[in-house]
Design a protein around this ligand. Structure first.
Ligand SMILES: Cc1cc2nc3c(=O)[nH]c(=O)nc-3n(C[C@H](O)[C@H](O)[C@H](O)COP(=O)(O)O)c2cc1C
Length: 268
């Protein structure tokens, strides 16, 4: 998906009048109906009455190119001239998968993928996924996580000795936690909980970027320890295989089997 943020700036509220006319003339509605449009929404910054932000989302570059050649573009540029607006494109990014972008859609579409294609995951995507983990909360902000990025043939071979659940993913994140770097309360400590939150952040960011994933706990801890020379205090919490689902992957039948809220939510 392509996401483009466009700031329109004018004088005496002209940018907002432009957005209003775009809406009232039906142009916004027409753009939204264009094939491959995933969103076309104006936002008004609270502290700057002269700015209007348009968040523009397209399925892919072909859809955006079609839009640029559509009759709507002429209307938009005429209106821009009418209101004497300047334009600034602040952000433009492209994700290399089937990104969904919207958080609620991300949490609904994330699913356990058990058959990956050979398509590699770019370093840029891995960096963004790892970054998402950095923002995870941890008890007393101790950040006890230790993450091993398994990408080389040797590393993947090693993890395959510990689990049958890599499912051909071209890259795996082995998420560990250091018991010596965690928050403790008597005998209890939060290292596993902290690492799970970090892993959850990364998993959801992966889905957000269109990178398929699965959470794996079924691995032989002692084999993982030995193959990756984990220090005694470092506990392997989970494995996140990442990649792109194979064409023939049929989906996880359990994904849509969720309890009703009434079965486990207790309003007291
Ligand atoms: C803590 C945890 C451990 C899991 N371990 C494995 C595993 O070892 N092997 C596997 O194939 N799937 C594993 N899964 C995936 C779950 O089976 C899957 O998430 C669940 O069926 C719900 O389906 P969904 O993720 O498609 O919504 C694990 C998931 C979680 C959260």
């Amino acid at each position: 998906m392509l996401v483009i943020n466009i700031y329109y700036t004018g004088k005496d509220g002209s940018a907002r009048k432009f957005a209003e006319e775009m809406t009232e003339s039906g142009t916004v509605e027409l753009v939204r109906k264009e094939e491959g449009n995933f969103g076309y929404t104006y936002f008004f910054p609270k502290d700057d009455p002269e700015d209007v932000l348009l968040v523009d989302k397209w399925k892919n570059r072909a859809a955006l190119d079609r839009h640029h050649k559509s009759p709507m573009m002429e209307t938009i540029s005429k209106l821009r001239q009418k209101y004497h607006l300047s334009m600034r494109v602040e952000q433009y990014f492209e994700t290399d998968g089937k990104s969904v972008g919207d958080f609620e859609e991300v949490i609904r579409t994330r699913t356990a993928v058990r058959k990956f294609s050979d398509k590699p995951v770019s370093d840029e995507m891995i960096k963004r996924i790892l970054e998402a983990g950095r923002y995870a909360p941890t008890a007393k902000n101790m950040q006890p996580q230790e993450i091993y990025v398994l990408k080389s043939k040797e590393a993947l071979k090693k993890i395959d000795k510990a689990t049958p659940c890599r499912y051909n993913a071209p890259i795996c994140l082995l998420v560990c936690a250091d018991k010596d770097k965690t928050w403790k309360n008597g005998d209890y400590s939060t290292y596993e909980m902290d690492a799970c939150i970090v892993a959850t952040h990364m998993m959801l960011e992966a889905t957000n970027l269109g990178v398929d994933n699965i959470w794996i706990k079924y691995f032989d801890e002692s084999v993982v320890r030995k193959e990756f020379n984990l220090p005694e205090s470092v506990y392997p919490v989970c494995l996140l295989p990442l990649g792109y689902r194979a064409e023939e992957y049929a989906g996880n039948p359990l994904h849509n089997k969720r309890k009703a809220l009434a079965e486990y939510v207790h309003f007291v």
